[in-house]
Design a protein around this ligand. Structure first.
Ligand code: ZN
Ligand code: FE
Length: 257
């Protein structure tokens, strides 16, 4: 499976998953139809599926138009969306498996940002290769999604599950928020050398107009304060050593950053 990253709207990323030989593609969170159509045309691909992570407009904006142009395409989203995903045809539960060409994705139910958010995890196709996680607005590079519909406890549990994926897993999140996130992270852990180094590297990428996505889980574990509730420095800033309280506090601080 190949992955193409397509920038959309102000700071969204759409991901096109495809098999070059079979000329078949699926798209994760089409914020808009047009950039997806351009990429499909450029690569000569037929679109067979949409994988939506959640119902927000910047993740489903292209659904209706794509479904019109590709009437046979299957629209996957979480079981709890209850009508919020245009053209949804499959309602996914935690642990469900989706076959796309020769690969299988595992569905992870990760509430917190919304009550029905899911992620798609593709385990390594071969040993030594990294898996790929498409996590929408749950985990970002250097940050995490706002808690809109869920609770801090749900967000905590969702992030904790992601923490336990293999360290080399590629993190394909839906927004280019990385520099802002890292600037906030430095206010929490100013002495974190991994974080200082990362900010320099990510700044260079952005200056060259390159995406900072995908990230890698290992790097997130070293630098993302929303995965570091067990670190004394982070606990000190949050004023608690109870993991869920640490996460809730850091998230509240970010909301007003
Ligand atoms: Zn969202
Ligand atoms: Fe979003």
């Amino acid at each position: 499976m190949e992955i193409a990253l397509i920038p959309a709207l102000a700071d969204n990323y759409i991901f096109l998953l495809y098999e070059p030989e079979q000329k078949i593609a699926a798209v994760v969170d089409p914020a808009q139809a047009e950039p997806v159509l351009e990429k499909l045309h450029e690569l000569g691909l037929n679109l067979v599926a949409i994988f939506n992570t959640h119902h927000h407009g910047d993740h489903i904006g292209g659904n209706t138009k794509l479904k019109k142009l590709f009437p046979n395409l299957v629209v996957y989203a979480g079981a709890k969306e209850e009508g919020r995903i245009p053209n949804q045809s499959v309602y996914l539960e935690d642990g469900d498996l989706i076959r796309f060409c020769d690969v299988v994705a595992q569905v992870m139910f990760l509430p917190g940002h919304t009550r029905s958010h899911i992620a798609y995890y593709f385990p390594p196709e071969k040993p030594q290769q990294p898996g790929n996680l498409f996590c929408g607005d749950v985990l970002f590079a250097g940050g995490c999604g706002r808690i809109f519909e869920g609770t801090a406890a749900q967000m905590f549990e969702s992030l904790d599950r992601l923490r336990h994926l293999p360290g080399d897993t590629k993190i394909w999140c839906a927004h280019e928020y990385t520099l802002k996130n890292l600037h906030f992270a430095l206010t929490i852990e100013p002495g974190n050398l991994h974080l200082q180094n990362r900010l320099k590297l990510e700044e260079i990428k952005r200056m060259q107009d390159q995406p900072t996505i995908p990230s890698v889980l290992e790097l997130e574990l070293q630098t993302n304060p929303f995965l570091r509730w067990d670190q004394p420095t982070v606990q000190h800033v949050a004023g608690s050593d109870v993991p869920v309280k640490v996460l809730a506090k850091i998230r509240a601080m970010k909301d007003s950053f």
